[in-house]
Design a protein around this ligand. Structure first.
Ligand SMILES: Cc1cc2nc3c(=O)[nH]c(=O)nc-3n(C[C@H](O)[C@H](O)[C@H](O)COP(=O)(O)OP(=O)(O)OC[C@H]3O[C@@H](n4cnc5c(N)ncnc54)[C@H](O)[C@@H]3O)c2cc1C
Length: 478
């Protein structure tokens, strides 16, 4: 629910309009229609929207290069926008400059099974790419719950994770090469189409998670994987979070080939069961969803996983094998946050989602402490997360008309971030820093005696973008 739009954003006034005219004259599609500016003023975060002066719709890398060359010369700020599904404000054109929509660049260029990669333009969504790969029995493993909105360019820029990161890692593990337009308009390739490369500094890895501050991705070469013959999904309901976290620890200790291990608290569980049109068991306060990678027709590994979990006193267990039901469970889990937000809106409320991570061995103490902190704050919270890799999302409800509402939520989210740090974790697992976590990033670096990293990041930014035109104000202040 985007708040009031910041109308003081047009600091560029006439100069901005002149640059938009120059871009039009260079053959680039530009819109300054009110409706378009509003739709590019916000992302999926709670952060105050800011209208850009204009939105550019380049069709190819040449047009992206022209936009950046003209904007750089005129010191005009730009923000690349993919699916606009960022949860940290990273795709809000904070400076009120020009938003560059990647939506005309949406082709899958090549699927190369022999060499193990797919090559695509930045606005292809993860879901679209996977639909195409399915025909070959392959898939692209980074799997954010927002795969229907998240684009290749946007998910590289936030280093997205998701449900299968437990087995496959996050986006940075799957990007072989990016075609990157620098602020100057120069075009570089950061990697190669090979599965390995060792030729000095890894600029491809640097682009992953850079939130559009180093360059604009106009094409990416992505590693792909053969689809595993996964077995069914085990649903284990628990009374205590400690038992659930210990069950996850046990599965990991036994080296179970887990593709996914997701958890939900009672509030999230009720929403999940509603989507499945089923009742939650009465004394189930938490639920654990697991699936394992297996080619065994008798599901021997999945069954030993069910058995290992049973030792931790679940109040009930289900093993789902039917394809239709498995699909329904995946979509109920994927849609959880969106459904919660929809329902919160109907009550005149909104939700801010947090994203922290701890090493799996620290899950039990971290979750207990987070629950204590939530209770102490008196706020309404629904917890879920990719628990297999230690990733916890806290959905905190607030009333937008309450002036102190957001401040109270942020205070709680910061406390949860500090609990993650205390447990050797990080303040951001997969949503990035954006505008939301700049303070927490500094706290994290300080806690690791590594504040110098901030200076190094700023020097890197300067090497790529000396005039600071690319998505300014995100990750850190210059
Ligand atoms: C319902 C919901 C569920 C979600 N679940 C997950 C989840 O499970 N895991 C997860 O990791 N995230 C999740 N997210 C967060 C979000 O979807 C991801 O951050 C996603 O990767 C962003 O992709 P996008 O295309 O929407 O990027 P945008 O929001 O458009 O942009 C994100 C950042 O990338 C930059 N950018 C966009 N395109 C380019 C480009 N071509 N070149 C350079 N920079 C670019 C933008 O400037 C911005 O800084 C979820 C979000 C929602 C709304």
């Amino acid at each position: 629910m985007p708040g009031k739009i910041n109308t003081n954003s047009n600091v560029y006034g006439k100069a901005g309009k002149r640059i938009a005219e120059m871009l039009k004259e260079a053959g680039i599609e530009i819109s300054d229609q009110g409706k378009t500016l509003v739709s590019f003023s916000h992302d999926k975060s709670y952060i105050m929207p800011v209208k850009p002066i204009a939105v550019a719709f380049p069709k190819n890398k040449g047009q992206v290069a022209t936009i950046l060359r003209i904007c750089n010369k005129n010191r005009m700020k730009v923000t690349a926008v993919g699916g606009g599904s960022s949860l940290t404000g990273s795709s809000i054109p904070l400076s009120g400059g020009i938003a560059i929509s990647m939506e005309r660049m949406n082709r899958i260029i090549e699927i190369n099974i022999e060499d193990g990669f797919a090559r695509a333009e930045p606005n292809v969504t993860i879901e679209e790419l996977n639909k195409k790969l399915e025909r070959y029995g392959y898939f692209y493993p980074p799997d954010p719950a927002s795969a229907h909105m998240a684009t290749i360019g946007g998910s590289i820029s936030t280093n997205a994770g998701g449900l299968k990161a437990l087995m496959y890692g996050s986006t940075k593990h799957w990007v072989l090469d990016t075609e990157l337009v620098l602020a100057s308009g120069e075009i570089i390739r950061t990697g190669s189409s090979t599965l390995k490369m060792s030729r000095g500094y890894d600029l491809t890895a640097l682009v992953c998670g850079s939130e559009g501050t180093l360059g604009i991705v106009t094409q990416a070469t992505l590693k792909i994987a053969k689809k595993p013959e996964s077995s069914g999904i085990t649903i284990s309901y628990f009374n205590s979070i400690k038992d659930l976290a210990e069950a996850v620890g046990d599965l990991k200790k036994h080296g179970m080939p887990l593709i996914m291990a997701e958890f939900m608290d009672r509030a999230s569980l009720l929403e999940f069961m509603h989507a499945r049109r089923k009742m939650a068991p009465k004394n189930a306060n938490y639920v654990l969803l697991t699936s394992v990678s297996s080619t065994d027709k008798n599901d021997a590994i999945a069954k030993s996983c069910v058995k290992a979990i049973r030792k931790h006193k679940p109040v009930k267990q289900e093993y789902i094998r039917k394809d239709n039901e498995i699909k329904r469970i995946y979509s109920a889990r994927r849609e959880l946050h969106e459904k919660m937000v929809e329902e919160a809106h109907m009550e005149g409320k909104d939700i801010i989602i947090g994203d922290v991570i701890v090493p799996p061995s620290r899950l039990a103490p971290a979750l207990l402490e987070i629950e204590r902190e939530i209770k102490h704050s008196g706020q309404r919270v629904a917890l879920f997360g990719h628990i297999g890799d230690g990733n916890i999302h806290s959905n905190v409800y607030f009333t937008p008309i309450d002036k102190n509402g957001i401040r109270k939520v942020m205070k709680l989210q910061e406390s949860i971030g500090r609990i993650a740090l205390k447990n050797n974790g990080s303040v951001s697992a997969e949503h990035g820093i954006g505008l939301e976590k700049k303070g927490l990033l500094i706290e994290e670096l300080r806690s690791k005696d590594s504040e110098r990293i901030l200076g190094i990041m700023k020097e890197i930014k300067k090497a790529f973008d000396p005039n600071g035109i690319l998505n300014p104000g995100k990750i850190f202040n210059l």
